[in-house]
Every structure is written in C-alpha cells, then in structure tokens.
Design a protein around this ligand. Structure first.
Ligand code: M6R
Length: 615
C-alpha cells in the first residue's frame, strides 16, 4: 500500500506533489507528507488524516523548492499519527525518504542502530530505512550523485522485505534516487522535468511517457536525465511506454458518493465487459487476449482462480459458471494462501489472477508462484498498465472505468461477466450446445436493462437499510452460485457500515450458525426461484421459527416470499446462471444506504485502502 510521488524539474514541487498524490489516495489515506529541498536543507510537512489535511498545512506554510518527494500512507508499523507519517529523516536530518512496503527485519536493524547511538522519533519500519541509507551515505568515500545511489543499494542489502522508495539529500540538490523491490515504481518522463510514482495514474496530467522500474533496480532521477541500474549493471535497453492517459475522474456527477455512482454505472460497465466479445453466429464468446488457440483451450483439464476479497468472490461465481457451462473442474484460492501453501497443482491447469487494480500484492505473489511452477496464468484486470496485467501471460480486461470507492462494486459484476464469457467460450469448445449458448448470449444482452430495473428500486432498498442499519450483526445466506453473493454481500456490509456480517451457504445454518439467530440479528437470504428455491424456503422458515427477521433477495413476482419474509429486495428474473449478477446489486445498495444512515465515510471506510499493495 502507500503511494509515492517525487518530482525534479524547474517548477514548484509542492503543488505538483500534492496534486499527483491525491490521485494515489486509493493506496492509503491515513496520513500524508512531503519533503522538499528548499535551497538550505530538507523541509518537511506531514499530517495525519487525508491529503487535504496536508494540503491545508502546506497552504498555511508553503514549502518552496523544485525537487521533492511525497507519500500517502496506509499504516503498517505504528499508528496513523503526524510523526509516523512519511517522509522520514536520517540521523543527520539532511536526507528524507518515503517508502511503500514493509521492512521485515526492522526490529533487529533498529536495535543495532540504537546500539550505535541512533535515536528514532517514530514507530515505523521506514525510519530505520532512512537511517540505514543516511549511515551508508555518511560512510561512503564515493563522490557526487553515485554516493546516494550506492547508499540506497547498501541499505537494500541489509533490509528484508518489500520496498519502493524515493530519497533526497540536501547535499545533492538536483537528484531523487528511487528504488524498488516488490513494490511498484514508475518513472514519468517530462520535458526538462521527471517524476517518480507508485503508478501511472498519479502522473496522468503531467506525462504519458513512462518507464516501469524492474525489481531490484535503482534510478538516479534528474530534471534532464535518468539512469537505471540493477545489481547486474546499467540498464541500456530502456523502453519508454506510452500509456493511455486515463485521468480518473474526480467528478461524482449527481451522486453524493463514488460508491453509489459506481453501483449505478453497472448498466454500462457490464456492457463494456461484453461489448465486442459476443459471437452469435457460433453461439460463443471471443476473447482475443487469452493468447491461447482453440486447440490449447481444449486441452485444459483444470482451472485455478486466484484473488482476494471481492475479486475472489467473483472467481467463486466463476467456478460455478465454468463448471456448469464447460464441465472443467475449477478451484479457487485465496491468493495469500496459495502463494505460501503447498496446495498441489495438476498438469494442464490454467490459472487466472483476478484483480481490479492489478496491483494487489498477494494476487501478484500467487501469479508469480503459479508461473514459477510452470503454469500459464492469465489476468482479469481493470487497470491496463498494472503489474498483474503486465506480468500475466495474457488475459481479459474489464473496461469498467476507474473505480474510486474503496468498496468494489462495478468491478465485481464485470469480473463475473468475464467468467460468464469464459464459461461460454470453453463450453462451446466442448459439449455445450449451440442452443444453450444462444440462451446465455440472449441473457447477457438483456442484462443492462434488468440492472436498470434493479437500480430503479433503490429507494425501496434504502427504506429497508434504514430499518435494519442499527443491527450489530447480520447473516447473509445463499446457495450454489449465490453463496459467493452472500459472501460478497457480507463483505460489503462489513466494509462500509462496520456492522459485523457473515456469509454462509444457506444449508450451513443448522450446523452452528443458527445459534446466532434472534430478533436483533437480521438474515439476508438470497432466494431466487431456482433449483434450490424450496431448500432456501426451508431455511427461511427455520429462521422465522426462532424469532429471526429475514430480508429476502427474491424475484419481484414471488408472492410466497413476500408473505414469509420481513422485507424483500426484488430482482427481475434472468437465466439462472446470470441471476447472481442481478442479486448482488440490491446487496451493494443495502450496504451503501445502511452506511449513509449510520453516517459512515462511505468511499473511504476506516482502516482500508483501495489497493492492497503490501502483504
Ligand atoms: O484490486 P483487487 O481486485 O485485487 O482488490 C482485491 C481486494 O482487496 C478488494 O476486492 C477488496 O476486497 C475490496 N475493497 C472489497 O470491496
């Protein structure tokens, strides 16, 4: 997590750093800071809270200078305080450093430095890194800019863990040194000015020409040039990439929150996910980016899906879709568990790494592990120039547009749509009939209009939310492909309202969960008229018999559920395989309206970040 921006050039650094940093706030938003070389030394401003707090501090007391580094933080070591905010200084106070990552051996390094007389003011692992670089700089006999590069390399050798860093030193007023190991860092190339940032989004208004730093590389960045070196030597084959300048819009339009805007955007984002990918003549889907021939796709015997949070829930719906349509066994893995576990892999397995941001550290680690084991791993990402998109062997882009609200909404439905297309494609290469394929295609095409129908009933959901928002705990139940929807509904509820919520397969109720049922603990039951409808009705009766209250997600024409449940979130009927895509939307709205009723910070819930770039 955490976002880094650095600038070197002829312009005032402060406004550029603050502006670029605001586009990285999705990476963490508990504190922010900047350090600028002001001609006399390093001048630092840092504040706990949002970047706006830092901007106000800088407005009251501006920092003048044309070279600087900045940071927005998601706390790992030490609370979200002014002191723990980055940048951190070395012992001399002449070197400032910002860091994205985790120094795993920081306690040991800190103890050693304290033994040598170092004093630390923060609780962070990063301050240790600043002192290490500072010590190496002071001890070095090297002259000029290479001295800071060498000092960074020396510190990197001592540090275990991940890092993306930017460093300035008041002895070297035209230089920023950046380095990466694990955490992403890109160089933005301007005219007579250069930038460094955690990702390209930060740089969108300034340049579209970037160089992606590779692992273990260190860059010496000046206004007119940049030199990149790894421990193996200078990089001479530098490829400048031209990125699409998709500046994430900060315009919420008529919506009070990004989350609501993004929920409403699902009518079009789902279309973007399937546009140009339907092949009605062959009753199938076409996905050009897979980089696999029909022959290779037919040889796949297993699929493994890797992801975290909402992306994993989409993968769980994907499992159901692919197993039903293509009859290929699919397993889903928490990316964090897969990367460190011993779970066996079978030959002819195709992996998918699912990630909206394409930067989630655990998903990236799992992708690399799958590739290390010799398997192809395809990405399902939204961010086109993201690390997962670049490192995967091919994939499918979601084309959802920027998702700014921390709670993932439209990315979920786009991911599920892509799994629908994959299921259709793989199914038609096997035994799925053309008529069944056509049914799926027709259902896909009618989805946007059905999503609109769900959204049009947002006010009904709002009333339900207002009635139940005082609950301390909630249960979400669903069966088969609606079980992951229950998990997703519970995750959304926890994330934006802070109400404790659990998702379970409905039948698990009687294996322990039922002990939680009372009139204070509402249950959201996803019960469309499908093959397990009667079973779900049984669960509903069991809950009611114990005094529990039930909010049912059910077909709008279902009078029986309307009689039995305490509240209904109605959805239109669609093909049963696509029904989860509609069922999730009232749950997104339910958590959104509940969060608003409780006065929560909907778009930036406490303790979270949009993109989890640390383990
Ligand atoms: O960017 P990713 O899709 O890889 O993110 C994965 C999760 O961190 C993310 O889905 C998270 O669970 C959301 N905040 C949930 O709303």
């Amino acid at each position: 997590m955490c976002g880094i921006v650095a600038y070197v050039g002829p312009r005032d650094a402060q406004p550029i750093l603050l502006d670029a940093l605001s586009r990285l706030e999705y990476r963490g938003y508990d504190s922010a800071g900047l350090a600028i070389l002001n001609g006399k030394g390093v001048e630092v401003r840092k504040k706990s809270g949002r970047i706006q707090e830092l901007a106000s501090a800088c407005q009251q007391k501006p920092v003048q200078g044309q070279i600087g580094i900045s940071h927005t933080r998601w706390a790992t070591h030490g609370g979200a305080t002014d002191i723990n905010a980055h940048p951190h200084l070395d012992a001399s106070g002449r070197l400032a450093l910002v860091h994205n990552g985790v120094v795993e051996n920081y306690l040991e390094l800190r103890a050693r430095l304290v033994g040598h007389g170092h004093k630390f003011v923060s609780e962070t692992d990063t301050e240790v890194l600043a002192h290490l670089v500072g010590d190496a700089f002071a001890a070095s006999k090297t002259k000029g800019e290479e001295k800071l590069v060498e000092a960074v390399r020396s510190a990197m050798k001592q540090v275990q863990g991940t890092l993306g860093i930017a460093v300035i030193h008041s002895d070297l007023p035209g230089l920023v040194v950046g380095a990466r190991r694990g955490s992403p860092l890109v160089i933005g190339i301007g005219h007579g000015e250069n930038f460094l940032a955690s990702d390209t989004q930060a740089l969108a208004p300034y340049t579209n020409r970037v160089v992606i730093l590779k692992d273990q590389e260190v860059v010496a960045l000046k206004a007119e040039r940049y030199d990149i070196a790894s421990p193996l030597g200078i990089r001479s084959d530098i490829q400048i990439e031209e990125i699409e300048n998709g500046v994430a819009t900060s315009d919420k339009g008529p919506y009070p929150h990004y989350m609501l805007k993004e929920i409403y955007e699902q009518t079009s984002s789902i279309q973007n996910a399937f546009r140009g990918r339907l092949n009605p003549h062959e009753a199938t889907a076409k996905l050009g980016g897979l980089n696999l021939s029909s022959h290779e796709l037919r040889k796949i015997e297993r699929i493994s899906i890797l992801g975290c949070g909402t992306a994993l829930h989409a993968g769980m719906v994907g499992k159901y879709l692919i197993e039903t349509l293509a009859k290929i066994p699919v397993e889903t893995h928490y990316a964090s568990e897969f990367r460190y576990g011993d779970s066996p892999t079978s030959p002819n397995t195709l992996f998918f790494a699912v990630s909206q941001s394409g930067e989630t550290a655990d998903t990236l680690g799992a992708l690399r592990e799958a590739q290390r084991r010799g398997f192809p791993c395809l990405g399902i990402c939204n961010h086109v120039s993201s690390t997962i998109a670049r490192e995967s062997n091919g994939g499918v882009y979601m084309h959802s547009g920027p998702e700014i609200g921390v709670a993932a909404t439209k990315s979920f439905t786009s991911q599920v749509m892509i799994f629908t297309l994959l299921g259709l494609l793989l199914g038609r290469l096997r035994s799925l009939s053309a008529s069944h394929g056509q049914e799926i295609l027709q259902a896909i095409e009618s989805l946007p209009q059905k999503i609109t129908q769900v959204l049009d009933r947002s006010d009904e959901t709002k009333k339900v939310a207002q009635k139940y928002a005082e609950a301390k705990s909630m249960l979400f139940l669903g069966r088969l492909a609606n079980f992951p929807i229950a998990l997703e509904g519970a995750l959304k509820m926890k994330e934006v309202t802070y109400i404790h919520a659990e998702g379970y397969p409905s039948a698990e109720l009687k294996h322990g969960v039922i002990a939680l049922i009372d009139k204070e603990t509402p249950t959201v039951l996803i019960a469309p008229r499908d093959g397990v409808y009667d079973k779900n009705l049984g669960s509903l009766q069991e809950i009611k018999a114990r005094g529990g209250r039930v909010i049912a997600v059910a077909h709008e024409t279902d009078a029986k559920i309307r009689d039995l449940a305490d509240a209904v979130l109605p959805v239109p009927e669609t093909h049963p395989l696509l029904q989860p895509l509609l069922n999730v939307i009232p749950l997104q709205l339910l958590s959104y309206h509940s969060a608003v009723a409780l006065g929560r910070d909907v778009d930036k819930p406490r303790n979270l970040a949009k993109s989890v770039t640390v383990e």
